[in-house]
Design a protein. Structure first.
Lengths: 115, 114
């Protein structure tokens, strides 16, 4: 079975450009999570969806970040405009249900570098 | 609010030896779950093991076991018979408060020497 799929795997862009990260969760999973990992702050939850509905976006840094989940098999995280401090690895994860004991399975991540 | 503390920045272990990775947690919720993930140098996050707060027995998954001490709020990961491929960052995480959110620790680096 395919795991969580993320694209692109690497992204290099210039400050001010729009960046769109994509995620396809594991088929049948109802919850989807976007994380950001940096050396300084570690792994942070940005936003999560349950049944395509955003439940908690308190981790989204600022209005430059937005996330959507138009259907059960696709989500995007958009940064507009991008800034050098947004450079990080962005992970998407999915879980079967929205219970605390449900394991989250991570995608390979997108390494973003904003110059 | 929940919190995970991993105080060991790095550990070294000889191949085939057992190693314990420390994790302490804090939560006021009686129902919670504890997770361990492995992140090799390639970057992916790999789920290793889960322990529920109401589980009567310590979780085990192959060479991984979780030493769960509820009163001490610790959930240490034990890796038996270390292999070179175990060299990676290891993250402890907690989910509680009726939320699907996971809070991760800072991680610790394990190096397995031949």
């Amino acid at each position: 079975d395919a795991g969580v799929i993320q694209s692109p795997r690497h992204e290099v862009t210039e400050m001010g450009q729009e960046v769109t990260l994509r995620c396809k969760p594991i088929s049948g999973h109802n919850s989807l999570f976007w994380y950001r990992q940096t050396m300084m702050r570690g792994l942070e939850l940005l936003i999560y969806f349950n049944n395509n509905v955003p439940i908690d976006d308190s981790g989204m840094p600022e209005d430059r970040f937005s996330a959507k989940m138009p259907n059960a098999s696709f989500s995007t995280l958009k940064i507009q405009p991008s800034e050098p401090r947004d450079s990080a690895v962005y992970f998407c994860a999915s879980s079967l249900t929205a219970r605390i004991q449900e394991t989250q399975y991570f995608g390979p991540g997108t390494r973003l570098l904003v110059l | 609010a929940q919190k995970i503390t991993q105080t060991q920045p790095g550990m070294f272990v000889q191949e085939k030896e057992a190693v314990t990775l420390d994790c302490t947690y804090d939560t006021s919720d009686p129902s919670y779950g504890l997770f361990w993930y492995k992140q090799p140098s390639s970057g992916e996050m790999i789920f290793l093991i889960y322990q529920g707060s109401y589980d009567q027995q310590n979780a085990t998954e192959g060479r991984y076991s979780l030493n769960f001490q509820k009163a001490r709020k610790s959930a240490n990961l034990v890796i038996s018979a270390s292999q070179l491929g175990d060299s990676a960052m290891y993250f402890c995480a907690i989910g509680s408060g009726g939320s699907e959110k996971l809070v991760f620790g800072k991680g610790m680096k394990l190096t397995v020497n031949p």
